[in-house]
Write a protein that binds this ligand. Structure first.
Ligand code: NAI
Length: 461
């Protein structure tokens, strides 16, 4: 017999970025919340995604800087990568943030429930025989690492990203299946740590969701870093060899390595959770909602990676806040998916907001848009850092900038200004008036806007 667990303003199933953000905002708005998760609070991003991978990428940057220190006149030898030390640093970062999050969620208004929940009625989630009833329910169950039919992830030779994050050694060689965000980030880390890396990507280019010129720049940089990649051919199969794996591509070409990382996308975690039984519409596993994130069933909302679109933690945060405010009757503005900033933290980094040149041509007509590329060669701070890359602006003629695309070391930090420009629909002439500090990489963005406004300083128009 199931017992009552309590009645709340909101019952949230899943305490990842989307779920916990909804809980925190709801509590601020004096709503009572049950926040249910079978694993640790913080979900994929904190424990198995964004945070630990970025710690690895930072360690990778230090390895590269040590290796290349001579070009700055500093003599240093890279004697090795101590993976136990790298993992201790990475785990320490996660542990501190986890502790902080637990502290934030210790709120009178939030009841944290540990256990696997299932939607058993339109307003009820059951956990270990206890029923938590909500005047509103938020589905926030996140995503898992997908694989391909017949490709078995064993966690030893064939890994998903959660296994790759826990490796206790640097592999001598690695195949990375998928040249999307996870693929290029891990390829970048392992190369910096000294592994021989080959990326296999079915689409014609790496980071294929980005503007085409950005892909070209990443490919150029990866070639220079001697990261191998094969694009345009789908993967066919993987076999175990004596000491590792052999991957075969369509057409028969093979690549061998010690391990293979599967990075072909993440699927929504929505199976066997009672969603369909309660009438929630799923499309290939994703929960279909309206633009206000309502499922159309009872008072059930959905947030984060289970909702079709960008699978990014900060999108989850924004959606979680949105739903809490919606439930509180604050009528928040709908989130513009294109206005969500995107950063890939490989070396070089990629950052973008808005739409690509190809998409803009499709949307506005080829003769209605113009683009401008500002090369980091003209940017003092980028020269100091010895990085190459550019800032590309896509503008509707006589209108606002609808896409900002950037590539280069540390360029991800520039996305803050880029997203303000995009989301405020700023005209180049308006941005050109703003003073950018010298010498910063941020200035590259300012220079690009000066040029687009017809008054370039350190570039030719
Ligand atoms: P993804 O969708 O970015 O890339 C997967 C890639 O695998 C695609 O380019 C696809 O063409 C390729 N692929 C699929 N089937 C293939 C096949 N049979 N043979 C060869 N290639 C094949 O997905 P990814 O990289 O796994 O990341 C999952 C999610 O996690 C993404 O939505 C991403 O946004 C998010 N994420 C975000 C990060 C960030 O913001 N920095 C970091 C890591 C992940």
């Amino acid at each position: 017999m199931s017992q009552p667990g309590g009645t709340f303003d909101i019952v949230i199933l899943g305490a990842g970025s989307g779920g916990y953000a909804a809980a925190l905002r709801a509590a601020e708005l004096n709503l009572t919340v049950a926040l249910i998760d079978k694993a640790e609070l913080g979900g994929t991003c904190l424990h198995r995604g964004c945070v630990p991978t970025k710690a690895l990428l930072h360690a990778a940057e230090i390895a590269d800087q040590t290796r290349e220190s001579e070009q700055f006149g500093i003599k240093a030898d890279l004697v090795g990568i101590d993976m136990a030390g790298v993992n201790a640093y990475k785990d320490g970062v996660v542990a501190r943030l986890y502790k902080g999050l637990q502290g934030l969620l210790k709120n009178d208004k939030i009841t944290v429930v540990q256990g696997a929940g299932k939607l058993v009625a339109k307003d009820t989630v059951e956990v270990d025989g206890k029923r938590y009833t909500g005047r509103n329910v938020i589905l926030a169950t996140g995503s898992y690492s997908r694989s391909l039919p017949g490709l078995e992830v064993d966690g030893k030779r064939v890994l998903a990203s959660e296994h790759a994050l826990k490796l206790d050694r640097v592999p001598s060689s690695a195949i990375v299946l998928g040249g999307g965000v996870i693929g290029v980030e891990f390829a970048s880390v392992w190369k910096s740590f000294g592994a021989d890396v080959t990326i296999l990507e079915a689409l014609p280019r790496l980071v294929a969701a980005e503007d085409e010129e950005i892909s070209k720049a990443v490919e150029r940089a990866f070639r220079k870093r001697k990261i191998n990649f094969k694009v345009g051919k789908p993967f066919e199969k993987v076999e175990h060899t004596e000491n590792g794996v052999r991957a075969t591509l369509a057409g028969g070409e093979t690549v061998e390595a010690e391990i293979l990382l599967v990075a072909v996308g993440r699927g929504p975690t929505t199976a066997n959770l009672g969603y369909e039984e309660q009438g929630v519409t799923l499309d290939r596993g994703f929960v279909i909602t309206n633009e206000r994130l309502h499922t159309g069933v009872g008072n059930i909302y959905a947030v984060g990676d289970i909702v079709p679109g960008l699978q990014l933690a900060h999108r989850g945060f924004a959606q979680g806040i949105f739903i809490a405010e919606e439930i509180a009757g604050l009528h928040p503005a709908v989130i513009d998916e294109a206005g969500i900033p995107r950063v890939t933290y490989s070396d070089p980094e990629v950052a973008s907001v808005g739409i690509t040149e190809a998409k803009a041509k499709e949307q506005y007509g080829a003769d209605k848009i113009s683009t401008y590329n500002y090369n980091l060669g003209g940017n003092g701070k980028s020269q100091i850092l010895k990085t190459q890359g550019f800032v590309k602006l896509v503008r509707v003629n006589d209108g606002p900038v609808v896409g900002v695309h950037m590539v280069g070391a540390r360029i991800g930090e520039l996305v803050g200004e880029a997203q303000l420009i995009y989301n405020w629909e700023a005209f180049p002439e308006e941005v050109a008036q703003l003073v950018h500090a010298h010498p910063t990489q941020n200035e590259a963005l300012g220079e690009a806007f000066l040029a687009l406004a017809g008054k370039p300083l350190h570039s030719h128009s």
